[in-house]
Design a protein around this ligand. Structure first.
Ligand SMILES: Cc1cc2nc3c(=O)[nH]c(=O)nc-3n(C[C@H](O)[C@H](O)[C@H](O)COP(=O)(O)OP(=O)(O)OC[C@H]3O[C@@H](n4cnc5c(N)ncnc54)[C@H](O)[C@@H]3O)c2cc1C
Length: 375
C-alpha cells in the first residue's frame, strides 16, 4: 500500500469514455494511468456488447455539432487499428424538432411518407399517418471492437479505486496501490456517485437496468445487415413515454436487437437482483405491431446499465470545488457514439485547456434547476 507512483493524469473507469480520455492524454504525451475495477473485458457497466447506433440527427444542435468531429475521429481510430468499426445505414421516424435541427445543421436526411416507406421497408408495419426521417450518416458502430481498439497505454484492471484525496496533487488509493497525479478524471459509469462521494460531490444520476432483447426472425434473413435493414429509433409510440430502437440482426445470426430506452432503477452492484420486465412487455407489444416478421417473445435477454441525468444530457465538467478533478458522467443511454469527442474534452479539461466545445449544456450547476428535456 505504500508504493507511490506519479502520473500527469489518472483516469478511473475503462469504459468507452475513460478509454478515449486516456487515448487523448497519451496522444498529448501525458503520463496516464487508466484504472479499472474489473478484469477487462467485462459486461458489468455500459460499454459492453457488439453494437451501438451512431447518428448525426439529434434534436439539439450541440450534439449534431459534436458528431461532425466524432465521425472523423472514429475513422481515424479505424485507420490506426486497421479494423472496420462502422457499418450500415439508419432510418428513424420523423419528429419536427429533429427534422428542424437536421435541416439547420445540414445533416443529410430524407423524409419518407407512408407509401414510400412501405415500398422501401415492407418488413415494417407503420400505423396510419406514420412516416420516417432517414439520416443517411447513421450506421452500426461495432462497440466491443471499438473499445478494444482505443484501449492502450498503461491500464491497470482488476484494481478498484477505494479512496480519493483531493489536493494540488490528487491521491488515489486502490485495493493494491496508492497513486498520485496532477489531475484525475472520473469516468466511472454507473459507479460515478460512489467515486464522487470520496470528493464530497453527488449529482442526481439514476442508474437503470436495461433488458437488452434479441428477437428471432420468422424467416431468416428478413432483418439482417446483409439485406440492408436499417437501425431505427421509433419515437412517440402510443402508451409509452420513451422511444424504442433497433439494429439489424448482427450479433446472433437470425436475431434482431430491439430495446426500450428506459429500464428499472437499480444499484450498480445489484443489477441482477432487479428482475422487473416492464420494458420486455412493452417491447413484445411493439414488435407484434410494427415488426410482424419477428417472434413476439425475445429469444435472448442480456443486461446493461445506464446512468440517466434528469434532462438526459451528459455531465462534462470540472468538480465544483477541485479544478483538477474532472467528471464525465450521466451519458443517459446515448453516449457511446460521442466517445472520441467526450474523451477529447475531458482530456482538455484535465490539462487546464480551453475545451474545444461549448460545455454549458453539460455543467454540474444545471441540476440546481430541475429542468426536463429529451434527446
Ligand atoms: C443497452 C444499451 C444500449 C445503448 N445503445 C447506445 C447506442 O445505440 N448509441 C450510443 O451512442 N450509446 C448507446 N448506449 C450508451 C453507451 O453505451 C454509454 O453511454 C457508454 O457506454 C457509457 O460509457 P462509460 O465509459 O461512461 O461507462 P462504463 O462503460 O460503465 O464504464 C465505467 C467503468 O468504470 C469502472 N469503475 C467504476 N467504479 C470503479 C472503481 N471504483 N475503480 C475502478 N474502476 C471503476 C467500471 O467497472 C466501468 O468499467 C447504450 C447503452 C446500453 C446499456
Amino acid at each position: 500500500m505504500s508504493n507511490q507512483q506519479d502520473y500527469d493524469c489518472i483516469v478511473v473507469g475503462a469504459g468507452i469514455q475513460g478509454s478515449f480520455t486516456a487515448y487523448h492524454l497519451a496522444k498529448n504525451n501525458k503520463r496516464t494511468l487508466l484504472l479499472e475495477q474489473f478484469l477487462l473485458s467485462h459486461s458489468r457497466g455500459s460499454s459492453h456488447g457488439k453494437t451501438r447506433i451512431i447518428r448525426k440527427a439529434y434534436q439539439h444542435d450541440f450534439y449534431t455539432h459534436m458528431m461532425e468531429e466524432c465521425y472523423l475521429l472514429w475513422a481515424k481510430l479505424e485507420a490506426e487499428a486497421n479494423a472496420t468499426l462502422l457499418s450500415g445505414i439508419w432510418e428513424k421516424r420523423g419528429r419536427k424538432s429533429i427534422l428542424a435541427n437536421s435541416k439547420r445543421s445540414q445533416v443529410p436526411t430524407e423524409t419518407l411518407g407512408p407509401e414510400e416507406f412501405s415500398q422501401r421497408l415492407p418488413q415494417v408495419s407503420l400505423l396510419a399517418g406514420e412516416g420516417a426521417l432517414i439520416d443517411t450518416t447513421a450506421w452500426v458502430l461495432y462497440a466491443n471492437w471499438a473499445l478494444r481498439a482505443v484501449q492502450g497505454g498503461v491500464i491497470k484492471d482488476g484494481d478498484q479505486v477505494t479512496d480519493i484525496q483531493p489536493g494540488s496533487t490528487v491521491t488515489v488509493t486502490t485495493a493494491t496501490e496508492v497513486y498520485r497525479a496532477e489531475s484525475l478524471v472520473i469516468t466511472a459509469g454507473p459507479w460515478a456517485n460512489t467515486l464522487m462521494a470520496y470528493t464530497g460531490l453527488q449529482i442526481p444520476l439514476q442508474v437503470v437496468k436495461i433488458n437488452v432483447c434479441y428477437w428471432k426472425e420468422k424467416v431468416p434473413g428478413t432483418y439482417g445487415i446483409s439485406s440492408r435493414f436499417p437501425c431505427f429509433v421509433q419515437l412517440g409510440v402510443e402508451g409509452s413515454q420513451y422511444h424504442f430502437y433497433g439494429l439489424p440482426s448482427n450479433e446472433y445470426p437470425g436475431l434482431m436487437k430491439i430495446c426500450y430506452y428506459m429500464g428499472s432503477e437499480t444499484e450498480p452492484n445489484e443489477r441482477d437482483q432487479q428482475t422487473d420486465r416492464t420494458d420486455v412487455h412493452l417491447l413484445s407489444q411493439f414488435v407484434s405491431h410494427y415488426i410482424p416478421g419477428l417472434e413476439p417473445e425475445p429469444a435472448v435477454v442480456e443486461s446493461c446499465l445506464y446512468m440517466v441525468t434528469p434532462d438526459h444530457h451528459f455531465v462534462l465538467d470540472c468538480h465544483t470545488h477541485h479544478n483538477n478533478i474532472i467528471i464525465g458522467a450521466g451519458f443517459s443511454g446515448h453516449g457511446f457514439k460521442f466517445g472520441p469527442v467526450v474523451g477529447k474534452v475531458l482530456c482538455e479539461l484535465s490539462l487546464g485547456q480551453m475545451p474545444s466545445y461549448d460545455l454549458s449544456p453539460f455543467k454540474i450547476q444545471r441540476f440546481q434547476s430541475n429542468s426536463k428535456s429529451s434527446l
